[in-house]
Design a protein around this ligand. Structure first.
Ligand code: ADP
Ligand code: MG
Length: 882
């Protein structure tokens, strides 16, 4: 017997579960142990020791190790061992950095992992999909990805899209009846839903019959090859840059070696020095540090409620020039409260705030009760044609389900209606709400077996479909005058920023033509509900404006409502345009492109319009961030440069299409993420600048010395030590730097801009040159042509180089002069520099280390000399401001 052949009772028996209470926690525990997690095989992880070994794979490091080995064999034990130790320490650092990056990426994955709505011990709970076991009872609805293979036991117009399995992209309707056939393929098992497929419409309940690799998807996955790790454009750019830098470094080192040998240095000495220099100068660690900086930035974003799904988004964020954001729920609280109702030509005001159930209905300041004509039935219809429920947690009311629906429940409660009033009505059929239809309908049957339809939705959608109207005591034909009055009222509500919903009914008699089901309605009334803007949003929009980013509001709501809220939030400038879905439909993409830069609000749009909007902005050269939460939003989210989905209200489909998830659904979080994105990019520039300027300094001092026929100012261990100490912690600390005060006052970064743009290349070369020069001067003035001074002069050169770099690191914090911000504002950097100085002092003053690092004691006067020299590069450019 196959699962699809069983009926619900057999199924329940077989899996020891009922759809009323679900599995017990004991059963779940046992089954989890037995079958493992509901995951497709995660594949093998790279062993830790392999990652460690990988740190030494680098060609130049291997050459260095070989050269050291030779040195050791030649009797230079101390040098050989010192170099080995440094190389290993370096390897360890690389290893830990990689581990850290990996860990934070894993955490990220966990945060954006899918959840399922499952019944256990009679309670509906949201559980990570990986915890699902066979026998679990699961509810899914439009937009969900099916978490495991399941047999459908309840279907509410449920349709799924199974192209991942069958290649067929047309949705398949799902029903609950058992199929009495043999050997059906997945595409014909219409009472089953399969892991990984999508619910495109309606909702349903199923009992899990297969998890993990034991699913149809699992069988396919076992045949598939693993996808490679993706790298971000910046990492790619840097890898390319790294290749060039390697070649430049190698050429320069080769030059140092050749000139040195020509000047009479021993070949072997020059070789070891050259290899050390190459190892130090080649920024092989750059991509790793970039990854670390990205992932640290990503962690900071998590703390600000933004989950990055694709690392590349971090970079793109800094270039965003337009944010297209949903209004409802993202800019507003998504806390709807009915403030007005309109029925039989009368407007009633409704008191009470939020989801508080206390409140009354007033007509011209006179309280009315449930005797007011039609009021009770209107509110009752709103309760029946509804999916939400009111939950009370810790004395506070919450809405489970759509807040728009919730508001109608709250309004009904205010008149004294409650659940027992809607219970006698049995739901026969439902056509779910979606943002394209902008309405939902239910056919219900009352106690007298009379059936009727309740439709609720956008008033301008329902009004043309209404042929009758409920007036005080009768149902009568709708006249043009009625429509005008209602339209007038809709506009008035819109101007007050109220979201409007109409409710209409229709008796069902005899056989219905499905296509005409929602026609010839009887209009009952209007609701006007407020959804207050989120507090933080106004400031965030202002900040975006400062940052050269345009905010565009997108909503399915009425134009008036959208305009009122946009004006309130300061989105809409005086000459700004509001466009609605009907206008959008009329326009060709070229016409839209011409005008879109002046549009700030799109009202009464459907998710399908979003794609057109993204496209038009992109054609005008914009980098577009687009938010969305539903299934139909996914294409636009994908097409935008930064797709953003909602952590709370978002569907799986939208989340999967997005590169950023807002955990709190909040517009302000987008701004915070952009801020962070810009910061991360600037920090990456900061440490690239620091590392490369340091390397330029190291190479130049060696090159100048050999060109001038001097002895080598630095010995190999010193070079490697400099590389380890100054490149390690201080560079990392720059990656954690706070943004400059004005990052959000700059224009968005042009996406094509190179890493060295905005004067970075000049900064690197000029600082590097000066660092090399002052080191050389320190060496020459101490050496004075006397070989007896050599070790002393090398100690001075070494110390000057280190100090010059450690001072210069503060210069790197700003695009402008080092004096433009408090140099000690980054406490990590101060700590890193202090610890580097401590290590430097050890190497100079700890006697046993002196022979290893070829150093001698330095006195106060030496230090004054060194500090004066090493401050020059930073101070000089601090004043020239270049
Ligand atoms: P938004 O982009 O603001 O979320 P929607 O597409 O969700 O807009 O809604 C568009 C219109 O559809 C609303 O203005 C309202 O009139 C109507 N509407 C919204 N939610 C519901 C619902 N649950 N039931 C019926 N109609 C609804
Ligand atoms: Mg909505």
């Amino acid at each position: 017997m196959q699962w699809y052949q069983l009926d619900k009772e057999k199924l329940e028996q077989k899996l020891h579960v009922t759809t009323e209470r679900g599995l017990s926690s004991k059963q779940v525990e046992k089954r989890q142990k037995q079958h493992g997690a509901n995951e497709l095989d995660p594949g093998k992880q790279t062993a830790k020791w392999l990652i460690f070994i990988k740190q030494f794979q680098d060609f130049m490091v291997l050459v260095l190790l070989a050269a050291t080995l030779i040195a050791g064999l030649l009797g230079e034990y101390i040098d050989a061992i010192a170099i080995m130790v440094i190389v290993f320490v370096n390897g360890f650092i690389g290893f830990f950095q990689e581990q850290k990056a990996e860990k934070s990426l894993a955490k990220l994955k966990e945060l954006s992992a899918p959840f399922a709505y499952v019944l256990r011990d009679k309670n509906w709970e949201r559980k990570p999909s990986r915890d699902i076991v066979v026998g679990d009872v699961i509810k899914v609805s439009s937009g969900d990805r099916i978490p495991a293979d399941m047999r459908i036991v309840d279907s509410n117009s449920m349709e799924t899209e199974e192209s991942t399995l069958t290649g067929e992209s047309l949705p398949v309707a799902k029903h609950t009846n058992s199929l009495n056939k043999q050997d059906l393929g997945p595409q014909d098992q219409s009472n089953m839903a399969f892991m990984g497929t999508l619910v495109t419409r309606g909702s349903g309940t199923g009992i899990v019959v297969g998890t993990g690799m034991n699913t149809v998807m699992g069988q396919i996955a076992s045949l598939m090859v693993k996808t490679k790790k993706t790298i971000t454009p910046l990492e790619h750019k840097l890898a390319e840059l790294g290749k060039i830098l390697i070649i430049v470094a190698l050429i320069l080192t080769a030059l140092v070696v050749v000139v040195g040998v020509y000047q009479g240095h021993p070949v072997y000495n020059m070789f070891l020095a050259g290899v050390s220099l190459a190892v130090a100068a080649i920024p092989e660690g750059l991509p790793a540090i970039v990854t670390v900086a990205l992932s640290l930035g990503v962690q900071r974003m998590i703390r600000k409620n933004a989950i990055v799904r694709k690392l590349s988004a971090v970079e793109t964020l800094g270039s965003a020039s337009v944010i297209c954001s949903d209004k409802t729920g993202t800019m507003t609280e998504n806390q709807m409260t009915v403030k007005e109702v309109y029925l039989n030509d009368t407007r009633l005001d409704v008191t009470g705030d939020g989801y508080d159930l206390l409140g009354d209905f007033y007509s011209n300041n006179n309280r009315v009760d449930n005797q007011f004509p039609n009021l009770k039935s209107m509110l009752l219809y709103g309760m029946i044609c509804n999916h939400a429920s009111i939950l009370v947690k810790k004395g506070k009311n919450f809405i489970n389900g759509d807040p728009t629906d919730g508001a109608l429940l709250v309004a009904a409660r205010k008149l004294g209606l409650n659940q027992s009033d809607s219970e006698p009505y049995r739901i026969i059929k439902e056509i779910p709400f979606d943002s394209t239809r902008k309405r939902m309908s239910m056919i219900v049957e009352d106690e007298n077996k009379r059936q009727f339809l309740i439709t609720k939705g956008a008033p301008d959608v329902l009004l043309p479909r209404s042929a009758f109207i409920m007036s005080t005591n009768e149902k009568r034909l709708m006249k043009t005058a009625d429509k005008e009055k209602i339209n007038n009222e809709i506009n008035k509500m819109g101007d007050k920023a109220l979201r409007t919903i109409a409710i209409a009914i229709k008796p069902i008699t005899g056989k219905q033509n499905d296509g005409l089901l929602e026609d010839d309605l009887t209009f009952v009334g209007l609701y006007g509900m407020i959804d207050p803007p989120r507090k933080e949003v106004r400031a965030a929009i202002e900040d975006c404006k400062e940052a050269g980013i345009k905010t565009v509001m997108i909503t399915g709501d009425h134009e008036k409502t959208a305009r009122a809220i946009a004006t309130d939030l300061n989105i809409l400038p005086e000459d700004g345009l509001v466009m609605d879905g009907y206008q959008l439909n009329q326009m060709s993409s070229n016409e839209l492109k011409e005008i879109i830069d002046r549009v700030y609000v799109f009202a009464r749009v459907t998710p399908e319009h979003k794609l057109k909007i993204v496209d038009a902005f992109q054609q005008n050269g914009h980098i577009v961030a687009m938010t969305g939460d539903g299934v139909n939003d996914a294409p636009a989210i994908k097409a935008s440069n930064i797709g953003i989905s909602m952590g709370r209200s978002g569907t799986d489909v939208a989340k999967e299409a997005s590169s950023l998830i807002l955990m709190d659904d909040n517009f302000a979080t987008i701004k915070a993420a952009i801020n962070e994105g810009r910061n991360i990019y600037e920090n990456i520039r900061k440490f690239i600048r620091y590392l490369l300027a340091s390397n330029v300094g190291e190479i130049l001092v060696m090159l100048f010395a050999v060109l001038l026929g001097l002895p080598l100012p630095l010995v190999p261990v010193q070079i490697l030590w400099v590389n380890l100490v100054t490149d390690g912690l201080p560079a990392m600390a720059l990656g954690l730097d706070q943004p400059e005060a004005d990052v959000m006052n700059r224009k968005p970064r042009p996406p094509k801009e190179g890493i060295f743009a905005r004067g970075l290349g000049f900064k690197i070369v000029s600082r590097g040159l000066l660092i090399g020069l002052v080191t050389l001067i320190g060496f020459m003035m101490t050496y004075q042509g006397n070989p007896e001074n050599l070790v002393y002069a090398q100690t001075i050169a070494f110390t000057t180089l280190v100090m010059a770099q450690l001072i210069h690191v503060f210069d790197c914090r700003s695009e402008r002069s080092v004096f433009s911000r408090n140099p000690f504002g980054n406490k990590y950097l101060v700590l890193a520099v202090l610890s580097s100085i401590a290590m430097l002092l050890c190497v100079i003053y700890f006697a046993p280390l002196q022979p290893i690092f070829h150093t001698v004691f330095l006195g106060i006067r030496d230090w004054i000399f060194i500090l004066a020299l090493s401050a020059i590069p930073t101070v000089f450019f601090g004043f020239t401001k270049r």
